[in-house]
Design a protein around this ligand. Structure first.
Ligand code: ZN
Length: 126
């Protein structure tokens, strides 16, 4: 399962960064570009498994979707990507051509996948 390896990598990268921050991790916020073909459900299930036995155990994974945006080098169009809704793939696939002139466009956003922030409950003052 692709989501599993993605989440393992994210968690492995996050844990060392949490060492300087004591307290209970309550939520992990993942920014996911909408062009990433990853299932939210599978990401959350994978997180539950991968976080077991770590400081992230019991934290919730909150997924925030980043809209796909494109810009056209030819005519200067900038905006949201248009979508081809192909039921055969069960995914919504962005069309990477300019809606104005048909040229190939640059993807400005929509391919992100990173942990944006983490909620930590500070320990009670002694
Ligand atoms: Zn264009």
């Amino acid at each position: 399962m692709h989501e599993y390896s993605v989440v393992s990598d994210l968690v492995a990268g996050l844990l060392p960064r949490l060492e300087a921050h004591p307290g209970k991790v309550t939520a992990v916020y993942l920014r996911k570009g909408e062009m990433r073909i990853l299932s939210d459900y599978a990401l959350k299930s994978a997180f539950e498994i991968v976080s077991q036995g770590t400081r992230l155990e019991g934290a919730s994974l909150e997924i925030e979707t980043v809209e796909a945006r494109i810009s056209c080098p030819k005519c200067g169009y900038a905006g949201k990507a248009e979508y081809l809704d192909d039921p055969a793939f069960h995914f919504i696939i962005p069309v990477l051509t300019c809606p104005e002139c048909g040229a190939e466009v640059d993807v400005v956003s929509g391919r992100e996948l990173y942990i944006d922030r983490v909620s930590v409950e500070l320990p009670e003052p002694a």
